[in-house]
Design a protein around this ligand. Structure first.
Ligand SMILES: [Zn+2]
Length: 144
């Protein structure tokens, strides 16, 4: 793989990045934002398809809700894993209370549920809160 398409988390412009330069803090050619920022990207109805379908790195989406205590408890672990793995996996969050259409389309019945996508296709999913080590191991099983 010579280059990888990643979508800017701020302006949703797809950017091509040479695979060898993912570790060099690539910036969006349009708006200058960091393409691989450490924090999970909050996706909504307007941005979900543009981000998930056009990102060639695997995208792990955490389906959560503000009232869900296990979701809130898992958030720091999810953020830590997002920072550690930023060059190989994009981390995103969908608030299922706001983006009910996306949650319905993904068939989300329990939260937290995490769905791993690549180029818009589902690779794997898991439900229930995980710590950082569990997240790392689960991703290792599904991302080569
Ligand atoms: Zn941008």
């Amino acid at each position: 793989m010579d280059s990888v398409q990643v979508v800017c988390p701020h302006c949703l412009t797809p950017n091509r990045v040479p695979a060898g330069r993912l570790g060099e803090g690539p910036k969006c050619g349009k708006c200058g934002a960091a393409l691989l920022e450490a924090a999970p990207v909050a996706l909504d109805e307007a941005s979900f398809d543009a981000f998930v379908a056009r990102t060639e790195l695997p995208v792990l989406v955490d389906y959560w809700a503000p009232w869900c205590a296990p979701c809130r408890a898992m958030a720091p672990a999810f953020e830590q894993a997002a920072g550690e793995l930023r060059q190989s996996v994009r981390f995103a969050k969908v608030n299922t209370e706001q983006a009910q259409g996306i949650a319905a389309r993904a068939g989300i019945r329990a939260i937290p549920t995490m769905v791993l996508y690549r180029a818009g296709k589902e690779l794997a999913r898991t439900s229930g809160a995980m710590d950082t080590g569990m997240l790392r191991r689960w991703l290792g099983e599904h991302v080569s």
